[in-house]
Design a protein around this ligand. Structure first.
Ligand code: 7TS
Length: 419
């Protein structure tokens, strides 16, 4: 791979999936003697040369700590780090760069809001409304907060298709609801939630809204100003960027009214043993040396996606999902879990008489990487009366031929288990 750097073909007219695949070196390998078919993208996506090269270049030539020394390299690193923040701002159309807080990922973003917004804006008896389809990252922080503050967690149910029951959601919004925390796209089912309506309803009740965007930003353009959400959280590693970097967007006036999440370097203005004052946004929330190169790599991932176009990516993935749904539903003994009318590129399924982990293992022998299990959404699995599912999740580099391989491998699993 060294010196074999490929650049994407900017300005492709049609969506050229083979050219895109060539941008992702990991996709060239074989697994158990078969071409890798990577369908575990909801867990984490592979990285294009653009990201790999950017990270390599910054560690090689431009590396220094940010916002500290006045020396040349530190200034260069600081500029690149802040430029990455600007790219994220543009990507989700936030109003100001200072509304973009770099964190480790979606999980840390939500924990930051729970700790900081929770401490400053919530008290015992206040209600936080989530849904039955949340990832554990959007459940457990609210439970921890409840243990500390006595806040109450309310949960809006889903129907058998895995769609949020909006009547129930509305009924659960009440005078004590202070925060609504909802996933944009379900990682286990693929359901796209009607977040525009959710945000409008929550605001009409005086509640703030946090959107968990971990599964949405890779697949759809997001405009936080148009949405008018108060917080939006996502992870870099699902967006073809590095691990260990993520984003919390928050409206400026809210972030300003919230206390720091962690204390340390970078987040202060002045420190004495009796009193410390804090830095301006967003640094108030970025204690310690940040994941400098992670942020810069995330900026490169955003550049890459924007050159291809989020709309073109969404079209490609919608087409893949439709094809996969048709192919899988054709398999006798296979049941889809999550059949919402609006879905992003996730196909969760069960096979009669074959344990999900066995399905995952046999698919792996065919070179097909999927996730099998509860997908960090145990309450949702309980709602569907299952312990887990097998999940294929699609990315911009997947193809119909790969879905054919998936379908063939599923049939092989059935044969092995005598179905
Ligand atoms: N929220 C959603 C909706 C997610 O899908 C995930 C990760 C998270 C939060 C947490 O993100 P992190 O980057 O902080 O870990 N989801 C998955 C998954 O579906 N399989 O592995 C991780």
């Amino acid at each position: 791979m060294n010196g074999n750097t490929q650049r994407i073909n900017i300005g492709r007219d049609a969506f050229d999936v083979e050219a895109i695949r060539a941008d992702f070196p990991a996709l060239r390998q074989t697994v158990h003697g078969r071409a890798l078919v990577f369908l575990d993208n909801a867990a984490s996506a592979q990285k294009p040369f653009r990201v790999i090269d950017t990270v390599r270049q910054y560690y090689t030539d431009d590396y220094a700590n940010v916002h500290r020394g006045l020396h040349y390299l530190s200034e260069r690193a600081s500029d690149a780090f802040e430029a990455a923040r600007g790219k994220v701002r543009g990507f989700i159309n936030a109003r100001e760069d200072c509304e973009i807080v770099f964190v480790r990922g979606t999980t840390e973003a939500i924990n930051l809001v729970a700790a900081s917004f929770g401490q400053s804006h919530l008290k015992a008896g206040d209600e936080i409304l989530i849904t039955e389809m949340e990832h554990h990252s959007n459940i457990v922080p609210w439970q921890l907060l409840g243990e500390r503050l006595g806040t109450v967690l309310k949960v809006a149910p889903v129907n058998d298709a895995g769609e949020l029951l909006m009547d129930e959601f509305e009924r659960l919004l009440g005078p004590r609801t202070r925060l609504v925390a909802v996933t944009h796209v379900s990682n286990a089912l693929g359901t796209i939630n009607p977040i525009e309506r959710i945000i409008a309803l929550a605001h009409a009740h005086g509640a703030r809204v946090l959107i968990d965007g971990a599964q949405s930003v890779p697949h759809t353009a997001v405009d936080v100003q148009a949405l008018d959400c108060d917080f939006y959280a996502f992870s870099g590693h699902k967006l073809y960027g590095p691990t260990g970097i993520g984003v919390l967007y928050g409206k400026r006036e809210l972030l300003e009214a919230m206390p720091p999440y962690q204390g340390g370097g970078e987040m202060i203005r002045e420190v004495s043993f009796t009193r410390t004052t804090y830095a301006e946004l967003p640094h108030k929330f970025e204690a310690g040396t940040p994941h400098i190169v992670g942020a810069i790599g995330l900026g490169a991932a955003i550049d890459y996606l924007q050159e291809i176009g989020l709309e073109a990516i969404a079209r490609h993935e919608d087409e893949l999902l439709a094809y996969a749904t048709a192919r899988l539903q054709d398999i006798p003994g296979l049941r889809m879990v999550g059949t919402a009318a609006r879905k992003a590129g996730i196909a969760s399924f069960l096979l009669d008489g074959v344990h999900t982990h066995d399905v995952g293992t046999i698919l792996d022998r065919h070179g097909v990487a999927v996730r099998a299990g509860h997908h960090c959404a145990m309450p949702l699995m309980t709602r569907f009366g299952v312990s887990g599912t097998t999940r294929a999740s699609f990315a911009l580099y997947n193809t119909r031929a790969e879905i054919d391989t998936l379908a063939g491998a599923i049939r092989h699993a059935q044969e092995l288990f005598g179905r």
